[in-house]
Ligand binder design. Structure first.
Ligand SMILES: Cc1cc2nc3c(=O)[nH]c(=O)nc-3n(C[C@H](O)[C@H](O)[C@H](O)COP(=O)(O)O)c2cc1C
Length: 262
C-alpha cells in the first residue's frame, strides 16, 4: 500500500527521462506526433569512389560507353523484294527478322550503337536455290552489288560491328560493296557471322584483306543458324570478352539504396 506513490513517481520520472532523451536525439514534428529522427545514416558510404555521374566505380567503363558504335549488318531477309511472291515472314527459306539481324539487334541492345542494314538495290530472290545461284555468280565475278542506302556520316563512328551470313564460304559480295563505299581506316572493326555449319570459313581473311588500315578484333563471333534463337547469352559473353560489357555490371540487380531515392 505505502509503495504506490513511489511507483507513480517513478513512472512520471521515466516518462520525463524518455521525452528528454528523444528531444536530445533530434526530432521531426508531424502534426502532434513526434517522430524520432532516423538513428542510422540515410546514405550508405560506397566502398569504391564513384564517378560523379552515376555511382559506377571509376575506371570500369565498357568500350560501349567510350566509343561511338555503328552496327552494320547484312541479312537475306532484308534483301528480298517485297513483291517477290514469297512472304519474308512465312517462307520456308527466308525468315524475318533474319539471323544476322537478330544478332545485330541483341548487340545493339547491349552497346547502344546505331543499326544500319546493308541492302542491295536489286533484291535477291526469296527462293533459296535462286539466291544461291546469284550469290555464286556474284562471287565468281567478284561483283560489287549496288547498295540502296549509305551511312549518313561514317566519320562519327569509332567502332563498326559488321555482321554477315556465311555465303559461299565467305561474306555476301554486298558486304564488300559496303566496305569499299565507306572509309573504315583507323576504326575498330568487330565481326560477327551466322552460318549453316560452315563456320566463318574464309570470311575473316577476305574482309581483313580489304581493311588493311583498320583494327580488326581477333575475337570473331560465329553462330550456327539453328542456335540463333538461344544465342543472346552467347552474344553477351562475347561482348564481355571483348570489353563491351563490364562483368560486374552485367545483370546488375536494380540497386535501390537509400541514396537512390533520397
Ligand atoms: C546464298 C547463300 C549461301 C550460303 N552459303 C553458305 C555457306 O557456304 N556455308 C554455310 O555454312 N552456310 C551458308 N549459307 C547459310 C547461311 O549462312 C545461314 O543460313 C545464315 O544463318 C543466314 O543468315 P541470315 O538469315 O541473316 O541471312 C548460305 C545461305 C545463302 C542464302
Amino acid at each position: 500500500m505505502g509503495r504506490k506513490p513511489v511507483r507513480k513517481w517513478m513512472t512520471g520520472f521515466w516518462a520525463i527521462v524518455m521525452a528528454l532523451s528523444l528531444a536530445g536525439c533530434g526530432s521531426q514534428e508531424s502534426g502532434n506526433t513526434v517522430i524520432p529522427s532516423v538513428p542510422f545514416p540515410t546514405k550508405a558510404v560506397p566502398e569504391t569512389k564513384p564517378d560523379a555521374e552515376d555511382g559506377i566505380p571509376a575506371g570500369t567503363e565498357s568500350s560501349a560507353e567510350t566509343e561511338k558504335i555503328l552496327i552494320a549488318y547484312f541479312t537475306w531477309a532484308e534483301n528480298v523484294a517485297d513483291d517477290s511472291g514469297a512472304d519474308a515472314t512465312t517462307s520456308a527459306s527466308v525468315q524475318a527478322p533474319g539471323n544476322v539481324a537478330q544478332m545485330a539487334a541483341w548487340i545493339q541492345q547491349e552497346t547502344g550503337g546505331d543499326l544500319f542494314s546493308i541492302r542491295v538495290k536489286e533484291p535477291y530472290s526469296a527462293d533459296y536455290d535462286e539466291c544461291l545461284d546469284r550469290a555464286a555468280d556474284e562471287k565468281a565475278e567478284n561483283a560489287r552489288p549496288v547498295l540502296s542506302e549509305r551511312v549518313a556520316d561514317m566519320a562519327e563512328y569509332d567502332t563498326v560491328f559488321l555482321g554477315f551470313p556465311n555465303w559461299w564460304y565467305s561474306a555476301p559480295m554486298a558486304v564488300f560493296s559496303f566496305l569499299e563505299e565507306n572509309d573504315l581506316n583507323g576504326k575498330k572493326v568487330v565481326l560477327f557471322c551466322s552460318h549453316g555449319t560452315g563456320g566463318l570459313a574464309s570470311s575473316v581473311k577476305d574482309i581483313s584483306a580489304v581493311l588493311p588500315d583498320s583494327e580488326i578484333e581477333t575475337n570473331v563471333l560465329g553462330v550456327y543458324r539453328d542456335d540463333i534463337p538461344e544465342c543472346q547469352e552467347t552474344i553477351n559473353n562475347w561482348l564481355e570478352e571483348i570489353g563491351y560489357i563490364i562483368s560486374s555490371l552485367r545483370n546488375r540487380p536494380v540497386r535501390l539504396f537509400l541514396w537512390d531515392v533520397c
